[in-house]
Design a protein around this ligand. Structure first.
Ligand SMILES: NC(=O)C1=CN([C@@H]2O[C@H](COP(=O)(O)OP(=O)(O)OC[C@H]3O[C@@H](n4cnc5c(N)ncnc54)[C@H](OP(=O)(O)O)[C@@H]3O)[C@@H](O)[C@H]2O)C=CC1
Ligand SMILES: CC(=O)N[C@@H](CCC(=O)OP(=O)(O)O)C(=O)O
Length: 346
């Protein structure tokens, strides 16, 4: 039995963790952490948990929680996990942080893009970036997992094989991304109200979104050089889903079969990455509620560019599903345990 605590269980990402972990007979959720709902019934916050969860919401006492559980998930705002983590806690339990606190290895870049001071930079180098398809071996023995961002997960998985194989000019990459509004969390914000979002699409964070350095770091690690990208996210009126469309200059003339062969080389044994058939564009609706990332590509011989596409559910592979995938690897379990979720449709 694995005992689990979730700090931030009353948010969208934390709520999805609860939903997915409740299916597991080998997991006990011992701690439903919250800030605003301490001592309230969890099922009063999320009515879908009525008669499924009897627990009362707890506080954010990570020190006490560490005595009770084998792993703590922090699905909390940026800076929160870093402000609480210490060696004593890490001596007792493992940490899977869904925020960005340990994702970026250069603390100056983190502080510049997030606008906050990092309160435990001593753990940044130790933390493993939990993109399972790339860092599986390091995840096995990690004490701290930096669960990747939603846009970076989709973008990196769609692009990195072609950088690794030297097929595209890594300096030419442009990523156009779209997200459903659950990506912005459950907190009340005017920009996320129904009338603001419905029947509209808007770009945001143009040239300064905080996922830019995270994607750049991951692609730079793959390429061996320092990569800069253009990354533009858009908010779209749907609950869940991320779609990325990325453009890169081809280094030479390539065929469909060659590129397909590269994607198959990297992903044919990956349970959660589905390389679609020729001409089929990834769609958020075909991955909703699942831990799959659907990827595909199209060569444009007129411009000698390639268009790389990816779709996934921001709350599953982009957050809670990937966090559980990491937990499975850390505890030596089947990587897809509890995650063989068939996408929901309609
Ligand atoms: N939404 C998404 O698609 C994704 C989110 N993430 C990351 O997951 C984290 C959570 O995001 P999301 O679920 O969207 O956000 P929400 O705003 O929906 O939830 C935030 C959670 O953190 C809790 N919280 C806030 N401040 C504190 C505090 N001081 N002490 C204890 N708990 C606190 C909130 O508690 P309460 O409800 O009681 O106020 C709530 O449970 C963020 O770091 C985000 O970047 C990562 C990938 C995707
Ligand atoms: C639509 C929306 O607002 N999305 C969020 C990204 C999702 C998220 O919470 O960020 P992480 O993946 O880094 O944890 C944003 O743009 O900040």
């Amino acid at each position: 039995m694995i005992n689990v605590g979730i700090i931030g269980s009353t948010g969208y990402a934390g709520g999805e963790l609860v939903r997915l972990l409740l299916q597991r007979e080998d997991i006990v959720i011992k701690w439903f952490g919250s800030k605003s709902y301490i001592d309230k019934r969890y099922s009063d916050i999320f009515q879908n948990m009525f008669q499924l969860v009897d627990n009362i919401c707890m506080d954010d006492n990570m020190g006490e929680l560490a005595n009770q559980v084998d792993v703590i998930f922090t699905a909390t705002p940026q800076g929160f996990c870093a402000s609480l983590l210490n060696e004593d806690i890490l001596g007792k339990t493992k940490i899977i942080d869904l925020s960005a606190d340990y994702r970026i290895k250069d603390v100056n870049i983190y502080e510049e893009w997030y606008g906050i001071k990092h309160e435990s930079p001593q753990f940044i180098q130790e933390a493993v970036y939990g993109l399972c398809e790339i860092n599986r071996d390091q995840i096995k023995s990690a004490r701290i997992i930096a669960n990747p961002g939603c846009y970076p997960t989709c973008s990196t998985l769609a692009i990195y094989p072609l950088i690794k194989e030297g097929i595209i000019d890594a300096g030419s990459i442009i990523i156009d991304a779209k997200s459903g509004t659950s990506g912005a969390g459950r907190g009340a914000k005017v920009g996320n109200l129904y009338c603001e979002v419905n029947e509209s699409i808007k770009a945001y964070g143009v040239s300064n979104h905080r996922h830019t350095p995270e994607i750049e770091e991951q692609l730079s690690l793959v390429s061996g050089g320092e990569i800069k990208i253009n990354f533009t996210p858009h908010l779209v009126p749907m609950n869940r889903g991320i779609l990325i469309t990325a453009y890169g200059n081809l280094q030479r003339v390539v065929s469909y079969e060659e590129i397909k062969g590269i994607y198959d080389k990297y992903y044919k044994n990956e349970y959660f990455v589905r390389v679609l058939e020729k001409g089929v564009c990834p769609e958020t609706k075909w991955v909703e509620g699942s831990n799959y990332v659907d990827v595909n590509f199209q060569i444009d011989p007129r411009t000698n560019r390639i268009i790389m596409m990816g779709a996934m559910d921001n709350l599953v592979k982009g957050a809670a599903g990937q966090a559980i995938q990491n937990m499975n690897i850390m505890f030596g379990l089947e990587e897809n345990k509890g995650l063989k979720l068939v996408p929901m449709f309609p």
